[in-house]
Design a protein around this ligand. Sequence first.
Ligand SMILES: *[C@@H]1O[C@H](CO)[C@@H](O)[C@H](O)[C@H]1NC(C)=O
Ligand SMILES: [Ca+2]
Length: 340
Amino acid sequence: MLGTISHTENIMASTITFFVCFLHLLIISIFSTVLGEWNTKDYLKREHSLVKPYQSSGMNIPMWDIIGSTMVTNNYIRLTSDHQSKSGGIWNSQPLLVKNWELHVHFKVHGSGRTLYGDGFCIWYVKDRMQLGHIFGSRDHFSGLAIFLDTYSNHNGPHNHVHPYISAMVNNGSLSYDHDADGTHTELSGCEAQFRNKDYDTYVSIKYYENTLKVFTDIDNKNNWKECFSVDGVHLPTGYYIGASAATGELADNHDILGMKLYELDVPGSLNPDDFRDIVPSAEFFAEPREHVDDPDVPSWSVWKIMLLVVLFVIFFVAAAVVALYFYQKHQEGNRKRFY
Ligand SMILES: *[C@@H]1O[C@H](CO)[C@@H](O)[C@H](O)[C@H]1NC(C)=O
Ligand SMILES: [Ca+2]
């Protein structure tokens, strides 16, 4: 009788242990997901960020190069001044070897023009850096991602939006940005944003996470991000360069960059950036239907987590069934013993 009790106790103990372990895993899993979101703020990549003081020693900005009309002061980097026919840029010299990232850009667009000003600036994640051109001060037929902050409406006819206007374009080198149409034929998405001539700080955030591109603005002095747009199915390789450029034509403005902060959103060590180097930039959501290309991505962390949970649940139910069956048989045996 004593033996039976201790045996039952053993089973109870292991069942409880199993429950505790299971709960433990469940809690760890939930917490790591939550903490994972939180920790992203810690993964600032200094080599891809532009923070004051810009010039540590001498005239150079470590990890960044300037081109064209760009002027560096203690408090801002002026891509163009409020004068006609200027174009300038600033480019990170290190290729970005991060698959999932978020870039916060602190900027200021301002000038004397009350109704006429332009043309705007662009934040780039592209293959070719340091090239002056006529697309907001950089080259056309670029390969990669462009976020245009277009202050001047070139379009003569009625627009379906007003300016300033923020829009995104993904290019594999084959497309041309059409200034006359303000890029409407090649844009993935966009939003109106009154970011010009503000006497408080203005920011834009570009988040590229698991092939979704999201752009947020913080331009209302409210100190929080407001979504501008979100597009899925955006494929970009690793190893391209971050930059910003601006241009003025007949119309002008000061286009200033005050800082850039790049955050890595990957779980450390979970992805090999080299696996994503050969992706050809593309976007699934354009006007014309496109052929579907298989996603070369490995399953994401969240998918793994869900799978792990499913497996744990199955194990748990099987174990529970085994334990229940064991006790049921014990009970039957006990009944039989009483009968005979
Ligand atoms: C580049 O983009 C164009 C237009 O979107 C497309 O027709 C072409 O197939 C793409 N090229 C590659 C190599 O993906
Ligand atoms: Ca324009």
